[in-house]
Design a protein around this ligand. Structure first.
Ligand code: SF4
Length: 467
């Protein structure tokens, strides 16, 4: 077995991080060993993102550094993959000749073959191939509690600002039997929670006759033994329906958190984005979720400063923030992406106006988030324990007589997440909970970024020192 080492840098979204896990699985099957010490690696990969301009600039700065490393170690191989590699292909090699391998998001399953070709000279292969959905891909997962499981590849929506349909190709749903097998494998490896990934996760199965619907898939996973929680992202408003929210309301493992990007509150901007819904239709989906999943947590994505967005359009976006009352949002200033229709749209919004709108929307959202989090004070919420808080003794120390002598009844801090995906820091008394345990935490503080509480919920004595 070869003892070659590889390092991988990942940029961008969860889907890219999942791809990194799959690439790692393939490379380990080929005899490579993952290393964090990239200066001593035989192969360095950059798994790139194309969603924002900054991410692309970072790739070229990193390639500049790696090309200097290659001068010292000419045997070093450099590979670039991910969305940016798919879009630019040969262009990356022209700008940075030190690169040995460029492959696309739709060529990951071909990696073993590409490595063989790379031994003979530079390889650029970004031509899409149909996904191999015959068996569970080799995946070397990061973390120990929560596993990502991709349920679909690509996207058919072609929102006018987005590069994904060009870099990840058309939508393909992975067969549900394969998804279940992948989740079962993750559970057997000790994972307690899965997050189903897809660019448009809730259109799952629509193009495949006889396949489960997205709601059907959620219900199927809800019955899976050993699994504690199911999450998913990202959902498209047009595919948010009764079937899906019904599965969220009736499940014990499917968490009551819906991330539903709205992007703009202006019908005119939504039309130019080609999002396929109006603000009113979006808000009716919010109403459906609120009605069917009481207490559910709603989060969203917003773009400010899309080409042609007027002050009035922006006010309509603020109106949706007021009405929908999201628990939190990811907000972006519009960034023009070459190759998308919005790139060449007239009336690009100047940077200063974008920044001003961004700040205004952020202020409003912060206020809403704080109000919602304060309203959770006094409630008892189910938390999945992740790890001891920094500075707290490790749970293992609690069993040690010396430790208990020093801190006989001292509470210990832990972090975890609620079903609604709130980060919680809590003090625990009694036997320390373990990562993956589900515990009922009484919420005593509602901060902007995290909640604070105690476990067990009746630990009155600890209230003063709760995080
Ligand atoms: S649905 Fe999402 S991934 Fe698909 S084109 Fe629109 S923004 Fe991009």
């Amino acid at each position: 077995m070869s003892s070659k080492r590889f390092s991988i840098f990942t940029y961008g979204c969860q889907m890219n991080r999942y791809d990194t896990e799959t690439i790692t699985g393939h490379l380990e099957q080929e005899g490579y060993e993952r290393s964090e010490d990239f200066e001593r690696s035989d192969l360095i990969l950059l798994n790139t993102c194309s969603i924002r301009d900054k991410a692309e600039q970072k790739v070229f700065s990193q390639l500049g550094r790696l090309s200097r490393l290659k001068k010292v170690n000419p045997a070093l191989k450099i590979a670039v993959c991910g969305c940016f590699a798919t879009r630019e292909g040969e262009g990356i090699a022209k700008r940075q000749p030190a690169v040995d391998l460029i492959f696309g998001t739709q060529n990951i399953s071909e990696l073993p073959r590409l490595l063989g070709r790379m031994a003979k000279g530079r390889v650029v292969d970004v031509a899409p191939v149909e996904p191999d959905f015959t068996e569970v891909a080799p995946i070397q997962r990061e973390g120990a509690l929560s596993a990502w499981v991709s349920i679909a590849r690509g996207c058919d929506n072609f929102c006018t600002f987005c590069v994904v349909p060009y870099t990840r190709g058309p939508e393909w749903s992975k067969p549900s039997a394969l998804i279940v097998a992948e989740v079962e494998k993750a559970v057997a490896e000790g994972f307690k929670e899965v997050t189903l990934l897809g660019q448009n996760v809730n259109s799952y199965g629509r193009k495949t006759p006889g396949e489960l619907s997205f709601g059907g898939l959620l219900r199927r996973l809800d019955r899976l033994e050993g699994l504690r929680r199911v999450r998913f992202m990202t959902s498209h408003p047009k595919d948010c329906d009764e079937d899906m929210v019904g599965a969220m309301s009736g499940g014990s493992k499917v968490c009551e958190h819906l991330h539903l990007p709205f992007q703009s509150g202006s019908d005119e901007v939504l039309r130019r984005m080609d999002r396929g819904y109006t603000a009113e239709e979006y808000l009716s989906k919010v109403g459906l979720f609120r009605q069917r999943v009481p207490g559910g947590v709603l989060t969203s994505d917003v773009i400010v400063g899309f080409p042609g967005e007027t002050d009035r359009d922006f006010e309509e976006t603020l109106g949706v923030l007021h009405q929908a009352r999201f628990d939190s949002i990811f907000m972006f200033k519009y960034s023009p992406r070459p190759g998308t229709p919005a790139f060449s749209m007239k009336d690009q919004v100047p940077e200063e106006a974008q920044a001003e709108r961004f700040e205004k929307a952020l202020r409003l959202q912060r206020q809403v988030t704080e109000e919602l989090h304060l309203a959770l004070v006094g409630q008892v919420l189910e938390v999945m324990v992740e790890k001891p808080m920094e500075g707290a003794p490790a749970p293992a120390c609690l069993g040690c007589p010396a430790a208990s002598e020093r801190r006989p009844a001292a509470p210990v801090g832990f972090t975890g997440r609620t079903r609604g995906n709130h980060r919680v820091q809590f003090l625990a008394s009694g036997p320390a909970p373990r990562p993956g345990d589900l515990v009922d935490v009484r919420i005593l503080r509602g901060g902007l970024h995290a909640l604070g509480g105690v476990w067990p919920p009746d630990s009155a004595a600890m209230e003063e020192s709760a995080p």
